[in-house]
Design a protein around this ligand. Sequence first.
Ligand code: CTP
Length: 270
Amino acid sequence: RRRRKKPVRVYMDGCFDMMHYGHCNALRQARALGDQLVVGVVSDDEITANKGPPVTPLHERMIMVGAVKWVDEVIPNAPYAITEEFMNKLFTEYNIDYIIHGDDPCLLPDGTDAYALAKKAGRYKQIKRTEGVSSTDIFSHGHNQKVDDVGSGSGTRGPGPDAHIVYIDGAFDLFHAGHVELPNILRLARELGDFLLVGIHTDQTISATRGAHRPIMNLHERSLSVLACRYVDEVIIGAPWEVSKDMKRNEKKEASERRYYENKSFVSGD
Ligand code: CTP
């Protein structure tokens, strides 16, 4: 009999403060380097000590990371630097094969590399950092960059012939006050049927309805963030404001969708 091959387990850590599509893209690339992705979310205290206080507290950062479809396990209160002790714990308790980080230098306050030990042990792998987006940027200057290097590979599949398709639309500009509620809302929407289709409004539509200062993220960036959510099956990039007749399969479903949408219309609100 053939022995089943042991899955390759990879570990990525990070702050994941004000989760954005750059983080999602990092998690997607990390997952592609193995079979199972374990993510360590750094504690509030460790972030404060190493780069100043986070905007989003640990429990919210945990929810956002856990909602990403490429993440298999989430560990709270991870240390900022991979110490000898923590590295051994990753190898023995969590069966981690490789430790992964973006190709940006990650330095500790004393100027040393946070991943030096993992590199020395030959257990370090790197992914490509997504240019043009960072939590620090979003927080201090608002956001106005172009996305040019985010792969596809969303792994989406079409609905089955009898699938009950649920449609929800909105801005999905992730940095409104309730952004941490978004995974929960999308999970509830998905549970109403077999396939969740998400319509994402254009930048123009959002500016026209919510003011020229919105959205913060452009259509492509918002679409990538929504696609990264584990409850989302497919997106319509640039969905119409009005749900049109041909988007609905029958009256009954239309009614339930409408009801759902009316109940949850705060999804697209600020
Ligand atoms: N990351 C990335 N692309 C970005 C931002 C982060 O690939 N635009 C990666 C980092 O390299 C890291 C992981 O996401 O492997 C978690 O990053 P995190 O510690 O949250 O943040 P920073 O690297 O400090 O990024 P930011 O400037 O957004 O705070």
